[in-house]
Structures are given as structure tokens and as C-alpha cells.
Design a protein around this ligand. Sequence first.
Ligand code: NDP
Length: 425
Amino acid sequence: MARVIIIGCGGVATVGITKCCQHPEVFEEIMIASRTKSKCDALAEKLRPTTKTVIHTTAIDAGDVNQVIALIKEFKADMVMHLGMPFHNLVIMDACLECKIHYLDTAEYEPEDVDEPVWRARYEKRVKELGFSAYFDYSYQWEYRERFEKIGKIALLGCGFDPGVTQAYVAYAKKHYFDEIEYIDILDCNGGDHGYKFATNFNPEINLREVSSPGAYYENGKWHTIAPMSIMHPYDFDEVGVKNMYLLHHEETESIARWFPEVKRIRFYMSFGDSYIQHMNCLQDVGMLRTDPVMYNGVEITPIQFLKALLPDPATLGPRTVGKTNIGCICRGKKDGKPVSYYIYNVCDHQESYKETGSQAISYTTGTPAMCGAMMVLTGKWTKPGARTCDEYDPDPFIDALNKYGLPTRENFNPKMIDDSYDNL
Ligand code: NDP
């Protein structure tokens, strides 16, 4: 039915590609295009005996718009699923616009070089005006909204779990259980253990940048920035147990604040073990998380990229990781004038994810929604054109697909709250 280019062949892409190959009726032919072709070939070879999807592979530099345009034209693609690095989002969106096809990614745009003066000036202005200091924000991709509308195609932004499913969860909660949602807490808990003293579960450059940056939450129309990891709450997660979770800034707070303007507060929490935090603080203190180049023995190196080369490749954590993830949203608000509390979440098992796709649950919970999101677009379940996030579409068919294809939804109508900082509803 559709011809899809999938950019990237790391942890998330491996799951996304494997899941697409489980649905040849939708993903008839795919082109795996990434920087290292041998990785694409190895995955294609593994999957071909298992699927009717016709799989092609090629090397590409996703940062080169001409290469992306040439590939889209040559392959006659209907859609690009960008499951590589967020640095290339805008280039790939430009290529999709030029060729008039659909686009999807799993993370907000952020630049590779955060000291580039034009980007930096806009960033500083945004920090002052909106109040959060993360390097990523939706404004760059939202600027493509009308251009995609004009060509009648969808650019589905941030269609992983968080962002992605968490926004669909909020839309689902609103559609089915609330007249008004006033408080949203998004909880991302990884109860997995990979046995290393320190490793990141997805791309270390993106993960460490996110976690070591100041946190922020949205309240009464603006973001409030806090020192990195300075707000912590323990929470007892279903099937995982008690974990310490820390308030971070996260992408979906931006879109939820925009599309659910009645919301008074949105907070995002992620769980981390003590060992992770100790290592990260130490790496931060010694300068290993720096994103600017430094000279070493006459060679320019970027510390965080060098660190990435030393750390275990997240794509290799699959066989060693045991335990579960638990990610979801606690919503509080009103229905028919009465207070409602509602928790919608998913529990995903690392070893089951690995058995099915060769990747652990962090990649599984990202690559599976990416496939389901692409399926929504390609099968005409989601039709509203433009550059949009998952909270802008009918959540029901997407949640149905997640339920069927590996990420079943759970609900709790009497959840324990994180703290008592809510109005008396
Ligand atoms: P990986 O580092 O495992 O994979 C990145 C892939 O992109 C690699 O295959 C890499 O190639 C490829 N790549 C890098 N640069 C280029 C380039 N210039 N041209 C072509 N290919 C390139 O990352 P993950 O799979 O862990 O993460 C993928 C994305 O998913 C990230 O944007 C991450 O932020 C996002 N994510 C989203 C989540 C969500 O819930 N929404 C959760 C987790 C991750 P090579 O193999 O040569 O290195």
C-alpha cells in the first residue's frame, strides 16, 4: 500500500522497522536509510525471512537536503519516518515538503551546535519570554504547519512514547472522562536494570543533554525553571515498585499547554537510580557533557561525543536489560461538575521487547508508536494536514493500534497523587 523511507538504524529505528515489517499490508516497501549502511543491511537480512514487506537499504547523510530529496524521488516514497537524530528534523521536513509527502519523527528539533549565533539569539529570547531553557522547542517545527497544510500532507511531530503516546493519552482522557483537565503529571519510570554502572537507554548525546539541563514545569500560563534534578518525588509504580522520579522539562508540556489551554499545571517526571545520578553529576562536573569542541593534542573533540563513543551503545542493552517500564499520565479535573482523577499508562517488559524486536523497552516504547502513528497517516485514520502533534488527532484509533500491536493501555480511576499540591477540586 505505501512506500516508506525510514531514516536511522539505531535502537528506536530497529524497533520501528521491525514493527513496520509486521504490517506488510500497510508498509509494502521500505527503504532503510542511515549513516552506516552495514547496520541497515544486517537488519534487512535478519527481517527478510520474516516479512512480506520488501526491504531496501542505502547509506544517507540525513543532514544533506539534496541527498534526502534525491532518495525520496528515486524511491517514490509516500512518507519519511525519521527515526534518527533530532538535529536533522528540519532538513528532512524541507525534503518532504519539496517532494510533497508525509513526515514523522520522534523528538523535537534541537541543533547540534547550540553556540551557532543565529540559533542562540532566538534561544535566549525564548528562554526570557517563555521561561524554559531546554535546547529543544516546538516553535521551529510548528513554523512548518501551514506549509504542510498547503500540500495536504501530515508532518507528525514527536510520535514516540513521550512525546507521542503521552499526548494521545491526554487527548483520550479529555475525550472520554473530563470536561476540563486542570492538572497533568506525566510519569516516565524505567524499572529496568542493564547491569552496567552507567549507560543511557537511548542516544547518550540526547539523553544526557536533556537530563543535565534545568528542569521546568508549566503553571498558570508560563514555564517555571528549576535547577537540574532539584525536585524529586518517590512514587510506587504498578509492576515496578517505588522509584525516585525527578522533574524535567519535556516536549509534550509545550503542545499540551497549547492545545488544552484550560490546564493549570503540567509536570513531567522521569525516574533515575542513584548510580545514574552520581555518574551524571560527576561527568557534568569534569566537563564531559560539554557540547562545544575543545582542542586535545591538536585535534578538535566534542566531549559529549567522545563520551558517547566510550559508553555502551544503547542498541546493545537489549539482551542484558531486565525489568519493566511504566509510562503514563495522571490527570485531575472535572466531569459534570464533579472531581475526577484518572491515570492512564502502559507497562512494558524489557525482555519481552527484546525477544520480539531485539531491542529493550525504551526503544520498543518509542519505535512501536512511531509505526502506529505512520499507520494512522497511511491508512487515512488521521487526515488533518499540517505539522501537528499526537494530541491534535482523534486518540481512539491510535490507542486501539497501540493496544493491538504491543503497548496495551491500563487505567486507574483512583490513582495515588504525587503530592498534595492540587486545588481542592
Ligand atoms: P541511536 O543513536 O541509537 O540511533 C540514531 C541513528 O541515526 C543511528 O542509526 C545513526 O547512524 C543515525 N544517524 C546519525 N546521524 C546521521 C546522519 N547524519 N545521517 C543518517 N543517519 C544518521 O538513537 P535512538 O535510536 O536511541 O534514538 C532515535 C531518536 O528517538 C532520537 O531522536 C531520540 O531523541 C528519540 N527518542 C524518542 C523517545 C520518545 O519517547 N519520543 C524516546 C527515546 C528516543 P549510525 O548507526 O551510523 O550511528
